[in-house]
Design a protein around this ligand. Structure first.
Ligand code: TPP
Ligand code: SF4
Ligand code: MG
Length: 351
């Protein structure tokens, strides 16, 4: 497998615009339990990266600790990658992407990694709006340490041993919206049709793009009484819309058989997210409506999936800091370090 294509050789059959095949987006073989939702997400992520013509050499993968955090090893094995301490993925990603904001950053975290031990770091990456696709592989438990409830476990859900969770869940989508995040989606690891376009849209977002993906743990949280089992999620999944994504082109609405056109959200690069309504009305550009939607879903025990909130005018952290076009990592030493004279002048002032 090679992600660095020789421009003089003809592209392989089935290659994308980067000259790469689907196989170039693979990583090491998974060591997760067969049937784990996290592996389905890896598969959909590889598809999205391939279809979006991403160059693996221009991408950086970040994760924390947990079964979910092992995911970064299972795709694009020629990309940069960094596996952080439990819950610290956002801090590591922030540093790396400030050093080079031209990389495509992909962060993979668990619900424990993000909402339990890492919540403090999560809210600050959202507040800063670092340009990063932030995928939460949410199974409601600490899978790696054998199935304790995480902070996203629903009140009243049962553990494998029959213990009842007595604490309310933290909704990572609601937290994200409240913290100013401009791309907030929820999906299901088993819904390729919804998740692949959401991932492609997230890669174009100018800021942190959170996708909270419900991802059942077949070993510790797939039993009756759990609200994260495959059966429960399939029975309660309420997709908001059919999601389409067209990269880098002008908007064009195509009416369906009933004459209804999709809602189109145009991103700054000209890409278009097309949302074809299903049962209910929801405009993801309306922040208050997005928060109301999540609160109603919580009260009714529904699992709404799709694009919940988007602000296409979102301003990424590197622009707030006015970093300029050249990444810090590429600036020569003389631009990064004060001269000996400048340092001496500062020391003299402080003396
Ligand atoms: C500082 C620290 N505390 C606790 C642990 C033990 N630990 C490892 S993974 C994990 C939870 C992982 O849960 P989650 O992020 O939901 O990932 P999953 O395994 O469910 O995919 C815990 C508590 C650790 N590695 N480091
Ligand atoms: S323990 Fe659960 S989360 Fe971890 S690999 Fe197995 S099924 Fe997946
Ligand atoms: Mg988990």
């Amino acid at each position: 497998m090679s992600a660095a294509r020789d421009p003089t050789s003809p592209a392989a059959p089935g290659a994308n615009a980067a000259g790469l095949t689907r196989a170039d987006y693979r990583g090491a073989p998974s060591t997760l339990c067969p049937g784990c939702g996290h592996d389905s997400i890896t598969n959909h992520l590889q598809t999205a990266l391939f279809e979006a013509d991403i160059s693996p050499l221009r991408a950086a993968k970040f994760s924390g600790i947990g079964c979910s955090s092992k995911t970064t090893n299972y795709f694009m094995n020629q990309s940069h990658g960094l596996n952080a301490v439990h819950g610290r993925m956002p801090a590591i990603a922030t540093g790396a992407l400030l050093a080079n904001h031209t990389l495509l950053g992909i962060g993979i975290s668990g619900d424990g990694d993000t909402a339990s031990i890492g919540l403090g770091h999560f809210v600050h990456i959202l507040r800063r709006n670092v340009k990063l696709v932030y995928i939460i592989e949410n199974n409601g438990v600490y899978g790696l340490t054998k199935g304790q409830f995480s902070a996203t476990a629903d009140l009243g859900t049962l553990s494998k041993a029959g213990e009842r969770n007595e604490l309310p869940a933290i909704d990572c989508c609601a937290v994200s919206i409240l913290m100013g995040c401009g791309f907030v989606a929820r999906s299901f690891s088993g819904d390729r049709k919804q998740l692949v376009p959401l991932l492609k849209a997230a890669m174009q977002h100018r800021g942190t793009a959170v996708i909270d993906v419900i991802s059942p743990c077949v070993t510790f949280n797939d039993h009756a009484g759990s609200t994260r089992s495959y059966d429960y999620v399939k029975a309660h999944d309420e997709p908001l819309h059919e999601v389409g994504f067209t990269p880098g082109c002008a908007a064009h609405a195509v009416a369906d058989d009933e004459g209804e056109s999709p809602t189109e959200v145009e991103l700054p690069d000209g890409s278009v997210i097309a949302l074809r309504k299903l049962e209910r009305e929801h405009d993801p550009r309306d922040r208050e409506a997005a928060l109301r939607l999540l609160e109603q879903a919580r009260q009714r025990g529904e699992l709404v999936t799709g694009l919940i909130y988007i602000d296409p005018a979102s301003r990424p952290f590197h622009e707030s800091l006015r970093l300029g076009a050249t990444p810090l990592a590429m600036l020569p030493d003389e631009k990064l370090r004060p001269s000996r004279e400048a340092l001496q002048a500062i020391m003299a002032e402080l003396a």
